[in-house]
Design a protein around this ligand. Structure first.
Ligand SMILES: [Zn+2]
Length: 239
C-alpha cells in the first residue's frame, strides 16, 4: 500500500508492506505534525515506521527525518554522494545564478510555493545525525525492498527508488510532474537554478525510462500512470 502525504507543493510517501512502513522522503520539517494522523488513517503508528529513505538531500525531502531519528531512532538512508550534505545540513551549490533565482519569482506560482516552503521550515537545511549511505543498484533492506538507481543532476546523490512488488517508482525530483516555477502541469526537469547540473539531470532520465512501473510518484506534481518511458519523453520534449 502506498499513500501520498504532504501538500500540493511537496509530496512524500508512506510505503507499507506486511504491516511495516518505509517513508520515502520526509517532506518539509513543518510537516511533522501531519505524520501521526496519516499513519493512524492507514491503521499504523510510528512504531511501525522502520526506515526513512531519501531520494536526495534537499530540505523539502529531508524534512523531519532528523527529528524522527532523534525521537524514535529510525534509520535514514541516502545515496553516498548526498550523505555528507544530509549529515551536515549543507545547502547545495546549484548552477543557477542569483539572477535566475530572482527571475523565478516573477511567477505567482513560484512566490506561493516559496512562501509555503519558508513557512514550513524549507529555508533551513535540516541535519540528520546518522545516515546509512547506499550506492547505485543497491536493494535496501527496508519494508518494500526499494532498489536505488542513481540519477544525478538535480543533486549529486539523487536517486529514483523502484519498488517492483508495488509496481511503483518514486522519482523524487529526477522529473517533476509540474513546472515548479510556473505551475504548468506535466513532466518537466527542474529549472537550471535548482540543479547542480541540468545536462546531467537530462542524461539521468535514460536510467529510469526502461524501468517497469505502473505508477510514478513525484516529489512535486501528481502521480502518473503513463509509464516511465512516456514521462521521460514528455520531459525531454519540453527541453
Ligand atoms: Zn523537491
Amino acid at each position: 500500500m502506498i499513500q501520498m502525504l504532504g501538500t500540493e507543493f511537496v509530496h512524500f510517501y508512506l510505503l507499507e508492506e506486511d504491516g511495516e512502513v518505509t517513508l520515502v522522503d520526509a517532506g518539509l520539517s513543518g510537516y511533522r505534525d501531519t505524520l501521526d494522523p496519516s499513519l493512524a488513517a492507514a491503521g499504523r503508528s510510528l512504531a511501525d515506521v522502520k526506515a526513512i529513505v531519501l531520494t536526495h538531500a534537499d530540505p523539502d525531502h529531508v524534512g523531519f527525518a532528523g527529528e524522527l531519528q532523534r525521537s524514535h531512532g529510525i534509520p535514514v538512508y541516502v545515496h553516498r554522494a548526498d550523505s555528507e550534505r544530509t549529515r551536515e545540513g549543507k545547502t547545495k551549490r546549484s548552477e543557477g545564478s542569483p539572477r535566475d533565482m530572482l527571475g523565478m519569482l516573477r511567477h505567482a506560482h513560484a512566490r506561493r510555493a516559496l512562501r509555503h516552503m519558508v513557512a514550513k521550515g524549507g529555508a533551513k537545511q535540516a541535519k540528520v545525525a546518522e545516515v546509512i549511505p547506499f550506492d547505485d543498484g543497491d536493494e535496501l533492506d527496508v519494508p518494500g525492498r526499494l532498489r536505488a538507481i542513481h540519477t544525478p543532476g538535480h543533486t549529486d546523490g539523487h536517486v529514483v527508488l523502484h519498488a517492483p512488488s508495488h509496481d511503483a517508482l518514486f522519482v523524487g525530483d529526477a522529473v517533476n510532474n509540474v513546472h515548479i516555477v510556473t505551475g504548468a502541469r506535466g513532466a518537466h526537469v527542474a529549472p537550471t537554478a535548482a540543479n547542480v547540473s541540468t545536462d546531467q539531470a537530462y542524461e539521468s532520465l535514460g536510467r529510469l525510462e526502461g524501468l517497469a512501473a505502473g505508477t510514478l510518484y513525484f516529489g512535486h506534481g501528481d502521480p502518473s500512470t503513463a509509464g516511465p518511458r512516456a514521462v521521460v519523453a514528455e520531459a525531454r520534449a519540453r527541453r
